[in-house]
Ligand binder design. Sequence first.
Ligand SMILES: [Zn+2]
Ligand SMILES: [Zn+2]
Length: 301
Amino acid sequence: MERHQPALDRLGVIPPVKPARPAWRATWVAAVITVLTAAIALSTMVARWSTLLLLCAVAAVMAPIELIWPLHTRPRWRRDAPTDVVHFMVNGLLKNVTIAVALAVVGTRARDLVPHSFIHAVAGQALWLQGVEALVISELIGYWAHRLSHTWSWWWKLHKVHHSVGDLDWLAAARVHPLDQALQRWSFVIPLYIGGFASSTLGIALAVFTLQGFFVHANVRWRFGSLRYLVVTPEFHHWHHSRDPRARNTNYAGKFPVLDRVFGSYYMPEGGEWPTDYGVTEPVPTGWFHQVIWPFASAKR
Ligand SMILES: [Zn+2]
Ligand SMILES: [Zn+2]
């Protein structure tokens, strides 16, 4: 092309000019990179202390409860507890980053496709009403995401890290593979964001999920009478972690057991029976690092 250029000029032919990259694309990429960098930096700074404070606060509430009303009598200190503390800290540091990345990469683009009138209608509602709607939507999506994490072998490799705790207690809630945590949270946060729910509603939904998550894993013998048929209790979620064949792939709901009744996965024996055996049937690697790479080395259940 170079050699023929003068001849073309002499003939008055203007060679085609390669169109420049649209400016909006460069701006968009720069904006996403800026948002991600800021989100990662801010989350790391803020989460480091807030995560540690949250751990101390939850421990201050849950440890005495487990001490006074234990379901299973066990040594006071679980040997693999330090591993779960590391899971807690790492997941606490990552959770805001993964949400920020998901909203920046997928959420904002998908939200542009939703009619503005719909987003304004949702966001214009009272916060309490948004909260109720967000709870119902997140619970419904969360049920199916959790169920999928048990039935889809690829996702189960990640989710089995959570099910690998043999002595269930409140800290067991922290043992979640970072990628499993991201997928479970993305499953409901992204749809709520796209639907126009206020960011404060999303924050409250995430906080409720986190705090209630600790309680339902607790080694506590409270049964809550008839209330246990309405909301998820430790008894309900302990059966979900049970190795008892009768309870296999049951009790996926995070808040309302009625979902398991509707979708045929409910298991709660009458007569005050509690599960006694928890965990998975295969050997569980020790230490945070080995548990994080475990999904990529084994597919058995
Ligand atoms: Zn599960
Ligand atoms: Zn669990």
